[in-house]
Design a protein around this ligand. Structure first.
Ligand code: 5AD
Ligand code: FES
Length: 368
């Protein structure tokens, strides 16, 4: 299989499926090839995004998610603004380069204003040193624009699965869980000028390798700048838990996730790909494996310790009991062992975004 490995980008659906099913030497060669593509196009650096989980209050009821609205067992929290700013200051002082503000999904004016204000304050306190990614769900174009104008320049909105019928099985069928709206929001984000990221869960009930291949093609066609995807981990307080006996064994979900990272790196050599925490929930060195197979972004959790247990999207979430300083120290060593260097104090913007913007400008100039 190695001789036939494409240099970059143009891979057929059949080849993607073959990669995702690969075993033995073919599997090892896939990872090796993805690592080469990464080194050649984006280098061996890893950029940090300090993750601040603002609030687990969520208006949605996704069937897989531990912080869904109907889960009454969750202790709901809302970090005080002063604590968010303290976490951002910590990120700044420790040279993280960027932070991610993530929260349950809320769509009201007060929330819009709160995020807008926090973004401005973080920009101010870091003297523009911290890059800001938002992950606050589906919003109106006006809200996305306000947050962009306040200083956020990247946005993550996972499509969760690009297969409409599967999306509909894992979400309630009502006005706030509409597949098409998610796509509209991704387009809005690009239109506003964000580096736009999406991603999927891997190993969902009813999902097969063909769905996953189509997820990768979806991301390629959408021309995304960033990706965060990881294994689905069943949560006992959610409706999808009843299908737990129909799932792939957890280590196969893990392996498929690493393969997804590798294939996406080959298909989209210049994007940023996160090595997600869910990988570490399954294997202690899970994130390192994704870095070795093509990922280049890490999102250490810097949410104040007392809230972390309550942001339980899935069970066994790692590092919930540690303080953020410990995490950074161990990450540095772990990354070195995985052959990568953390790029402290750098934004680490998506090179793909830069290329996409230049191409759009050139296109415009030709038309003028
Ligand atoms: N397993 C894995 N990932 C999950 N997420 C939510 N619930 C789970 C779960 N049970 C992911 C979703 C969401 C992101 C914030 O967390 O993809 O977009
Ligand atoms: Fe909160 Fe899905 S349960 S966005």
């Amino acid at each position: 299989m190695t001789e036939n490995l494409p240099d970059t980008e143009d891979i057929s659906r059949e080849t993607i499926i073959m990669f995702l099913n690969s075993k033995g030497d073919d599997r090892i060669n896939l990872f090796r090839h993805a690592a080469e593509v990464k080194k050649k196009h984006v280098g061996n650096k890893v950029w940090l995004r300090g993750l601040i989980e603002l609030s687990n209050v969520c208006a949605k009821d996704c069937f897989y998610c531990g912080i869904r609205k109907s889960n009454t067992k969750v202790k709901r929290y809302n970090i005080r603004d002063s604590e968010v700013l303290e976490a951002a200051r910590f990120a700044c002082e420790n040279n993280y380069g960027s932070v991610v503000l993530q929260s349950g999904e809320l769509q009201h004016d007060k929330f819009t204003r709160r995020i807008e204000k926090l973004v401005k304050q973080i920009k101010g306190l870091s003297e523009d040193k911290l890059g800001i990614t938002l992950s606050c769900g589906e919003q109106s174009e006006d809200t996305y624009k306000r947050w962009y104008d306040a200083g956020a320049h990247r946005y993550l909105l996972r499509i969760e699965t690009s297969a409409r019928e599967l999306y509909e099985k894992i979400h309630p069928s009502d006005q706030i869980h509409i597949f098409d709206n998610r796509i509209v929001c991704l387009e809005r984000l690009k239109k506003c000028g964000y580096q736009t990221g999406t991603g999927v869960m891997i190993g969902l009930p009813f999902q097969n390798v063909t769905h996953l291949a189509d997820d990768l093609i979806f991301m390629k066609n959408l021309d995304i700048d960033m990706c965060g995807m990881g294994p689905y981990i069943e949560h006992s307080d959610t409706p999808l838990y009843r299908y737990k006996n129909q799932l792939l064994p957890i280590h196969e979900r893990f392996d498929l996730s690493i393969k997804m990272v590798a294939v996406l790196r080959i298909m989209m050599p210049y994007i940023n790909i996160a090595s997600t925490t869910a990988l570490q929930a399954i294997e202690k060195t899970g994130r390192e494996k994704a870095i070795q197979a093509g990922a280049n972004i890490l999102m250490p959790n810097i949410t104040p310790g007392k809230y972390r247990d309550s942001y339980s999207l899935y069970e066994n979430k790692p590092c919930t009991g540690e303080n953020a300083g410990d995490c950074l120290h161990c990450l540095d060593i772990r990354m070195k062992l995985a052959g990568a260097d953390i790029a402290y104090g750098e934004w680490g913007d998506s090179l793909h975004y830069g290329k996409r913007s230049k191409a759009a400008q050139a296109d415009l100039q030709q038309k003028i």
